[in-house]
Design a protein around this ligand. Structure first.
Ligand code: ZN
Length: 314
């Protein structure tokens, strides 16, 4: 059976302001801003993409920063935590760094043989840093963060579900995931070659409060597929599974299909090509406001409506 799903591609969340979002993800976490564009469905709002040097699939955290957006509530039927992988030896460095910028975190916890540091971004978005030596990817360094200590990309995402079976059935029977571990109320699945960047954790929360969308909540999670061809194949499988899936949408840096999983979280399957160097040289990624060609005639008007942002490293 052809591999149609490789693991995670990106996670997209909502924020309440562009500059403080940039400050957190590039300034503190040290990710690279790999694309500064607009929400193609709401061109008065940025779409900011952060990742490793090239914005590889499995490293890409993206945001729609709506100025002044009311905070949401983390809860059931949501992707509640997005976990990044860090080298085990850098756990102390990260705790010091978070303290330095008054970012609160919980005491590190053991989970499935790894150590997890739980924190929130400036909008209350659930973030985890997972210390692991089982990840060979190279992080993006800067003048303050050594590449050997840097975030290497996603480790996992956590979905909080009232009923776990329908989502597990979708992931295993349609989206080519395998259940690999279970601990307490948490079930871990992986896809493709497995490991960091391919894990989906499902936490059973039969009586939890429902999440509410707003700043500091995740909008959707995207899984990676190799090509338009594999996307067409997985699209047919999703449709045969009885899910209502959209036609292919051109997102300039990837092509996307969307559908809602039974627990209520919005899923996307995104192609790896063409990637972020489609309209910007690799060394310049994220430096200019990039618009899809159909918005170029309105560039002046769009630019004047966006808050200027600058990329700092703290
Ligand atoms: Zn997306």
């Amino acid at each position: 059976m052809e591999q149609l799903i490789n693991g995670l591609h990106h996670v997209t969340a909502l924020a309440s302001g562009a500059q403080k979002n940039v400050d957190f993800y590039t300034g503190i976490l040290g990710l690279r801003l790999v694309k500064k564009t607009i929400n193609f469905d709401a061109p008065d709002v940025y779409h900011l993409y952060y990742g490793d040097e090239t914005g590889s699939p499995g490293t890409i955290m993206t945001f729609f920063p709506y100025a002044g957006l009311t905070r949401g509530r983390r809860g059931v039927q949501q992707l509640t935590y997005t976990a990044f992988s860090i080298p085990s030896a850098s756990l102390g460095f990260w705790m010091d760094r978070l303290s330095q910028f008054n970012v609160a975190y919980r005491k590190p916890e053991k989970r499935l043989d790894e150590t997890v540091l739980r924190l929130e971004d400036f909008d209350g978005l659930g973030i985890e840093l997972v210390a692991t030596d089982q990840d060979g990817r190279v992080g993006w360094g800067n003048q303050r963060i050594d590449p050997e200590k840097a975030i290497r990309g996603f480790h996992s995402v956590t979905l909080q579900e009232t009923k776990v079976e329908p989502t597990i059935k979708l992931l295993t029977e349609t989206l080519q995931h395998r259940v690999i571990a279970e601990s307490g109320d948490r079930i871990r699945l992986e896809a493709g070659k497995g490991g960091s960047g391919t894990y989906v954790d499902i936490v059973a929360t039969p009586t939890g409060l429902r999440g509410l969308q707003g700043a500091g909540t995740v909008h959707h999670v995207a899984f990676s597929t190799d090509s338009d061809h594999t996307q067409e194949l997985i699209r047919s499988r999703i449709e045969e599974g009885g899910y209502h899936v959209t036609p292919v949408v051109d997102r300039n840096y990837f092509h996307s299909i969307y559908f809602r999983e039974p627990g209520g979280v919005l899923f996307e399957v995104a192609t790896n090509p063409p990637g972020f160097s489609a309209d910007e040289a690799p060394q310049n990624l994220g430096t200019e406001l990039k618009l899809p060609e159909w918005f170029e005639p309105r560039r002046k008007q769009i630019e004047s409506g966006l808050e200027p942002i600058e990329v700092n490293v703290f």
